[in-house]
Design a protein. Structure first.
Length: 143
């Protein structure tokens, strides 16, 4: 490596570490508690990526549920359909919004009875293997 190339590589090292250490954050996470002990619930919020590189979520899990999946609801040919989303790419300096009628978490088979006000931690796995923790508040359904 030439003297100038080595100097350039050394100067870029802090930027590379900063980009690698940067991770998305979950904001305003909440879970809609359904009446009657339904075996599925939905999670909403924002996943913000303030990093210089895109972030791709590939899975989610929680100790509070048997499984957690990312889903999307869409109207197709006049019919509301829901499908699993295998991965979610969030562009740099952008956010994915999880909301009723759109992208959301499907939280399947709670391991215990959840009460309004309790908090649930969801762990997201990024494509590069890193983990992201998000906290979701359990809320009563709005009539």
């Amino acid at each position: 490596m030439t003297k100038h190339a080595w100097l350039f590589a050394v100067l870029l090292l802090p930027l590379t570490a900063t980009a690698r250490d940067c991770a998305p954050q979950v904001k305003d996470g909440w879970i809609r508690l359904l009446p009657g002990g339904m075996p599925m619930q939905a999670g909403f919020g924002r996943i913000e990526n303030r990093c210089a590189m895109p972030a791709t979520l590939v899975s989610a899990s929680s100790a509070a549920y048997a499984s957690v999946e990312l889903h999307e609801s869409r109207v197709v040919d006049g019919v509301n359909r829901m499908r699993a989303v295998p991965e979610l790419r969030i562009a740099p300096d952008s956010a994915a919004v999880l909301k009723p009628g759109g992208l959301h978490l499907m939280l399947i088979k709670p391991n215990a009875v959840l009460k309004p006000g309790s908090r649930v931690v969801v762990e997201f796995t990024l494509k590069d293997g890193r983990k992201l923790l998000g906290e979701f508040e359990v809320r009563k359904p709005v009539p």
